[in-house]
Design a protein around this ligand. Sequence first.
Ligand code: HOZ
Length: 427
Amino acid sequence: MTSQNQILFEKSLALIPGGVNSPVRAFRSVGGTPVFFKKGLGSKLWDVDGKEYVDYINSWGPMILGHAHPAVIDAVQTAAANSLSFGAPTGLELEMAEMINKLMPSMEQVRLNSSGTEATMSAIRTARGFTGRDKIVKFEGCYHGHSDGLLVKAGSGLLTFGEPDSGGVPASVAAHTFTLAYNNTQQLEDLFKKSGDEIACVIIEPVVGNMNLIVPKMEFLQTLRALCTKHGAVLIFDEVMTGFRVALGGAQALYNIKPDMTTLGKVIGGGLPVGAFGGRKEIMQCLAPIGKVYQAGTLSGNPVAVTAGLVTLKLIQAEGFHTRLTNQTKKLIDGLVQAAKEAKVTFSAQNVGGMFGLYFSAQCPTSYAEIMQNNNKTHFKQFFHSMLDSGVYLGPSAFEAGFVSAAHTDADITFTVNAAKKAFSAI
Ligand code: HOZ
């Protein structure tokens, strides 16, 4: 009998490009049919055919409390009853700005919008307006949403499908983007020596989650900070993924590096669409209506979305929240590494807080080049499908990080490791 899932996918293919509303969901790099879901609760998901899964995507990061957390759902229902949108200021937005500023003091001023893509695009425009310069710097395999100038040697879906430069981006736009290798301090120094005074900003994922998980070298981040300061370039930490997840204060708190600007998304919306960018007051003062850099949005600061984010941010401030999240993620990683070792499969894994990376290589990679060369994609595909069959939902790409939520129990982890034992033994 054809599954409900298969029927929905075939119908979707006729009306939605690739049958999906965001490319990585399409399973094209792992093969097979994407899973259509109808319910989530805590660490679990149920698909349209009623099959249960332990979820390690967590909507690509936002569901840090797990799915359908009762406090978030209650608050959202109350907020919705007061109107879904005003298109005018609310006290909730102020509360959110205060909360962000408390948790990330480098964000002296904040503006809310509706997605991580908007946040990074707007932060770059603001940095260009502030410096009066055009050039931007990004790193190979980092993904900062899908605005034109950032789709150059990008990660996430572009890396998954092996085309890191997108069609539809004018060469004249891409020409303003310099791309360097992540964790390569020498390249950074060489570029700043040659063109430092033309660079408006450097945007970086301080822990990369869009070419699988890549951990920064401290010396690399510190040199980056020093060079930006020396040359008057704005350092933007893209903490859409890492914000409130690798530590309460994000990667900037974990590594004790103060960026000039930060972009946020995912966790600050608690599962609804919210993005934010902010930073030094003198930079943010360039924004309209006080400055000349324009940025706007009908749904920016949406009351229902901001409510979901505020409740989420309050709950993750509970004593020991991030310690437990990190410990659960580490238990998962250790269990998987041990299972691979027993099955004699070449495999490594690591986590930073509640984010993790799984690699079919002997060592955890530190750059785009290393992950491209060493990660065995055939083994990843076999592993992915065996885990899916067993009821474990991982990202359908060898180039995405995974996410654990506060709802993941020891029983979930044991279940996952047992599923992995089966998967590894078949490789
Ligand atoms: N940009 C997200 C993670 N890299 C993927 C979003 C999605 O496909 O839903």
